[in-house]
Design a protein around this ligand. Structure first.
Ligand SMILES: Cc1cc2nc3c(=O)[nH]c(=O)nc-3n(C[C@H](O)[C@H](O)[C@H](O)COP(=O)(O)O)c2cc1C
Length: 320
């Protein structure tokens, strides 16, 4: 989970408990620092996640110190000599990753939190990918995993492992802002949108806040909740108004080169009524104004999660 939401505390706790913890921070120095801090907490394998549109060569060099490099978004290309997994949204993309020399793929279902690559439900995509790829090629399943039964279903459908984001966002170790965690605990619905697309105009799944109320007034809401089943609307893309999208696309080519100080200034200035809404989520270090003005990333499982727990307890809970 990028933007510094998953750092050494969470990654080390997950790995120490028997999972594969993943660090996701921006910049070579931060990657090196977080990895060293995690290594001090666990001797078990660790992963680093990098977004292909933004990661520069020195980020990959720093990430090469991890046991696994996981990439996301964009044409899969081997940029590390070590173990490489690519997260995909379609069978076609998974095939491209295999051809590019990936050691395995994560196939991400539409129910996932954060940026959402495809439009197919996780188990369906997993079955399609399993049928299309060589039997020995590792296929991991992401999206909709928040309980041991979800992991079991993924393994039974042929997954080599299950990947969970949202459930670990609601761990004690995640660096989400406390008010962001509070929002998620009471959330009942999610929205798949391109609203927070300034600099990265790509679909993402969030829970409602003042910014989505302002710009996506007809997006899904549920006031009562008895057993969770996502509405069809939650799987449709709630598009930002055209003027916002034009601005987002115009900014995209430059975003890769925006210095961190400028990105921070933009995040500080962001208000729910701003047309330019960037992808930064509210971390415990970031401006608290992002709780209303920023992207509250979460997957559909958020409706089933009602407790913040230590990451080690979550790994145990998820083990079938
Ligand atoms: C808060 C948040 C941030 C995320 N950031 C990233 C990211 O930076 N890179 C990435 O590959 N995936 C990212 N994801 C997506 C996850 O890798 C994964 O596909 C997703 O969490 C699985 O679905 P789930 O949220 O239902 O568990 C993020 C997910 C969340 C919830």
């Amino acid at each position: 989970m990028g933007g510094g939401l998953s750092r050494h505390e969470l990654a080390a706790a997950v790995s120490e408990a028997g999972g594969l913890g993943t660090i996701a921070v921006n910049g070579a120095a931060a990657i090196g620092r977080e990895l060293a801090a995690a290594r001090a907490l666990t001797g078990r394998p660790l992963a680093v996640n990098l977004l292909l549109p933004f990661a520069r060569r020195d980020w990959f060099e720093a990430a090469a110190e991890a046991d696994v490099v996981v990439t996301f978004w964009g044409r899969p290309r081997r940029r590390t000599r070590g173990v490489w997994l690519h997260q995909c949204g379609s069978v076609g993309e998974a095939r491209q990753a295999l051809a590019a020399g990936a050691d395995g793929v994560i196939v991400q279902g539409v129910e996932a939190g954060g940026h959402v690559r495809g439009r197919t439900p996780a188990l369906q995509l997993l079955e399609q990918a399993r049928a299309a790829l060589p039997a020995q090629f590792p296929v991991l399943s992401a999206g909709g995993v928040a309980a041991a039964a979800d992991v079991r279903a993924a393994l039974e459908a042929g997954a080599s492992a299950a990947v969970a984001g949202t459930r670990f966002l609601l761990s004690e170790e995640s660096r989400a802002h406390p008010a962001y965690k509070e929002r998620l605990l009471s959330a009942e619905a999610t929205i798949l949108t391109d609203l927070f697309g300034a600099g990265w105009p790509a679909p993402h799944r969030v829970v409602p806040n003042a910014a989505t109320d302002r710009w996506l007034p007809s997006s899904p809401r549920r006031s009562s909740f008895l057993g969770y089943s996502p509405t069809k609307d939650e799987r449709q893309l709630a598009r930002a108004p055209r003027a916002n999208r034009v601005l987002n696309r115009a900014l995209a080519p430059g975003a890769r080169y925006a210095p961190p100080a400028l990105q921070l200034r933009m995040a500080l200035a962001q208000r729910p009524g701003s047309r330019l809404l960037g992808p930064a989520g509210p971390s415990d270090e970031g401006p608290p104004t992002l709780v209303e003005a920023g992207a509250l990333y979460a997957g559909e499982t958020v409706a089933r999660v009602d407790e913040v727990r230590p990451a080690a307890a979550l790994v145990a809970d998820l083990t079938p």
